[in-house]
Design a binder for this molecule. Structure first.
Ligand SMILES: Cc1ncc(COP(=O)(O)O)c(C=O)c1O
Length: 413
């Protein structure tokens, strides 16, 4: 693709290269507009978006219901900070808490902030409620986790690229094998001690390659947390809000965590909006001055978040994800043995392991972009399919046909 790049595209990428920090390695596609499941680049080429901004665009680009809310709110009030109340924040938090079956919400902005906030709340709960000596709390995390990019969060990452050079690291975390490597959560059982305040877990690991745990795993984690008086924190920032066919991935196993961490799609693909959602006995460990954010819970984000919750309450996106996800998985499964080694996932979320004979994940992603399909590689030869939930069956068929075409072109058979 780079060889055939047009002048405008090349100039835009060159400008990025000079002035944008090189902390990503994007595909050479320069988006100029987007609608529904499609992105149009500055040369007018259209691409089917099968990434959906890492699931932040679950409801489609510029979803009309969400843009109508945003336009209306732009004409009233957008930001007052938490120094005052706003008429938008209470209704949003009440609606989101109800969706989660919880009492209260701490609104933040990015996903990483929600995770940081969850960690602080768990530590404070440990000291104030559980009686863990101050500074002694430990939190159990899963191997190959991805929870964001702050200094504390990368402190318990196993990804050398994410960690190297950024120390000193925050102590207080214990890493144990995840789901498929520990189906009965025995490692969590062994790791919990008197000073453990939380188990922080992605119910389905996203960045690790859409790793779905065995069926006994999360119910067992839930039971252990209850038995041992430890908070179960589910990071549903990528897996939640209809991506897997249920409101939360935990719902697939009938598991209710003590704390939900939400982000990405909560802001409707329009604004950053994240949240920590829990019952009163947990969230009230925070008092004025102990935590905050200037933009957290701003009226614009709260208005959009309220519409997101309304849309999720209707259930249509969960249904679309279930039905279209079954279709996507059936089509992708047909490629196993024809260049694909394995397919994992739930709903409209699929991790596709490509036989490395066909190239790296990045090379396959580039070839797919040439054919008008945008996906993101993760960990070597794994591709992630997570299209907006407004995608159609015909569009999915076309995307899988393009993958089949790339595999045929690149195959040695
Ligand atoms: C499970 C999970 N948690 C947290 C984050 C961090 O979110 P953000 O990039 O908004 O900080 C991500 C981002 O991909 C994620 O997938």
């Amino acid at each position: 693709m780079l060889d055939t790049m047009d002048i405008e595209t090349e100039a835009a990428i060159e400008l990025d290269h000079r002035h944008v920090a090189h902390n990503y390695s994007p595909l050479p596609v320069v988006a100029a507009s987007a609608q529904g499941s499609w992105i149009t680049d500055i040369e007018g080429r259209r691409y089917l978006d099968c990434l959906a901004a890492y699931s932040a665009v679950n409801f489609g680009h510029r979803n009309p219901e969400l843009t109508a809310t945003a336009h209306a709110q732009l004409d009233t009030v957008t930001l007052v900070s938490r120094a005052f109340h706003s008429d938008r924040l209470g209704p949003f938090c009440a609606a989101l808490a109800a969706l989660c079956g919880k009492d209260m919400v701490l609104p933040m902005n990015s996903g990483a902030e929600a995770v940081e906030s969850g960690i602080k709340i768990a530590r404070k709960w440990g000291v104030d409620i559980k009686g863990v000596p101050a500074g002694q709390a430990n939190i159990i995390v899963a191997r190959n986790n991805f929870h964001g990019r702050t200094t504390t969060i990368i402190s318990f990452s196993d990804d050398d690229t994410a960690r190297r050079g950024f120390g000193p690291y925050t102590p207080g975390f214990r890493s144990v094998p995840f789901g498929p490597d520990d189906p009965y959560a025995d490692a969590i059982d062994d790791a919990i001690d008197d000073d453990t305040v939380a188990v922080l877990i992605e119910p389905i690991q996203g960045e690790a390659g859409i790793i779905v745990p065995p069926d006994d795993y999360l119910p067992r984690v839930r039971a252990l947390c209850t038995e041992r008086n430890v908070l179960m924190i589910a990071d549903e920032i990528q897996s939640g809000l209809a991506r897997t066919g249920r409101t939360f991935a935990c719902d697939h196993w009938g598991v209710v965590p003590d704390i939900y961490l939400l982000g990405k799609a909560l802001g409707g693909g329009i604004v950053p909006l994240s949240a920590v959602v829990a019952d009163r006995d947990i969230l009230t460990v925070l008092h004025p001055g102990e935590h905050g954010s200037t933009f957290g819970g701003n009226p614009l984000a709260a208005a959009i978040g309220t519409t997101v919750v309304d849309m999720l309450r209707r259930g249509e996106f969960q249904t679309r994800s279930t039905e279209l996800g079954a279709h996507l998985h059936t089509r992708l499964d047909e490629l196993i043995g024809r260049g694909v080694v394995a397919v994992r996932g739930k709903g409209l979320w699929a991790g596709v392991d490509v036989d490395p004979v066909h190239g790296t994940g990045k090379q396959i992603s580039l070839a797919l972009a040439d054919r008008g399909v945008l996906v993101k590689d993760t960990h070597g030869s794994t591709l992630r399919f997570a299209p907006p939930l407004v995608v159609t069956a015909d569009e999915l068929d076309w995307a899988v046909d393009q993958l089949a075409g790339v595999l045929t072109e690149t195959g040695s058979h």
